[in-house]
Design a binder for this molecule. Structure first.
Ligand SMILES: Nc1ncnc2c1ncn2[C@@H]1O[C@H](COP(=O)(O)OP(=O)(O)OP(=O)(O)O)[C@@H](O)[C@H]1O
Ligand SMILES: [Mg+2]
Length: 183
């Protein structure tokens, strides 16, 4: 399993939220170039019971039981963040939703590269047509925000499946990310 970049982790955690039965998923990314990378993913999905929450964070649990009960997405992210001296937290309310917050210290030698954020954001915004996705992206003093409902009004119903529209969206996000890097 190749979770080699911070973007890979974001996509993995987003996938959890998309699978949670949520109608709304919020993604916040706040960076200080070369210093710190914070992201938060919050959904209003089914949530995780307290007992299960303890188990899903333990990467060795499934090995002891000699069967794959849960995946490794959450423990891998926790480890990736803690390896940099950063932090990881997950808060979940059964029936109400889940919030994952992570800070990675970019200046730490063990920090993974950020990867392709524009690609992750296109995936986030086009993953499911019945889930509203809100993106808040900040680097230092600059940033932008996106709302999949507004995008749909702007680009048309088929922006999630029409290759020309998806390419346009990707181009827009690539440019927005480039602009943030220039600051
Ligand atoms: N946002 C969420 N809402 C509800 N349940 C969740 C959420 N995130 C994680 N879970 C539960 O925790 C489990 C573990 O998640 P984790 O990402 O670690 O592994 P996974 O998604 O099962 O597999 P993978 O290795 O492919 O990510 C999930 O299978 C799911 O049951
Ligand atoms: Mg997962």
């Amino acid at each position: 399993m190749g979770l080699n970049t911070i973007s890979d982790h974001i996509l993995d955690i987003l996938q959890n939220s998309m699978d949670s039965g949520a109608s709304e998923v919020e993604l916040e990314i706040a960076e200080r170039s070369g210093e710190e990378f914070y992201f938060m993913i919050a959904d209003n999905g089914r949530g995780i019971e307290a007992e299960k929450l303890k188990i899903v964070l333990d990467p060795f649990y499934t090995e002891k039981k000699k069967q794959k009960v849960f995946g490794l997405g959450l423990p891998f992210l926790k480890q990736a963040a803690e390896n940099t001296g950063g932090s990881f937290s997950i808060e979940s309310y059964p029936g109400a939703g889940t919030t994952v917050e992570t800070t990675l210290v970019l200046s730490h030698i063990d920090c993974q590269p950020i990867g392709n954020l524009a690609e992750v954001l296109v995936s986030a915004l086009t993953m499911k047509d019945n889930v509203r996705v809100l993106v808040e992206r900040v680097n230092g003093e600059s940033g932008y925000s996106l709302d999949s409902v507004e995008l749909q009004e702007l680009m048309g119903e088929d922006f999630r499946s029409n290759p020309v529209k998806m390419k346009k969206l990707y181009g827009f996000l690539e440019e927005a990310e480039r602009a943030l890097r220039r600051n």
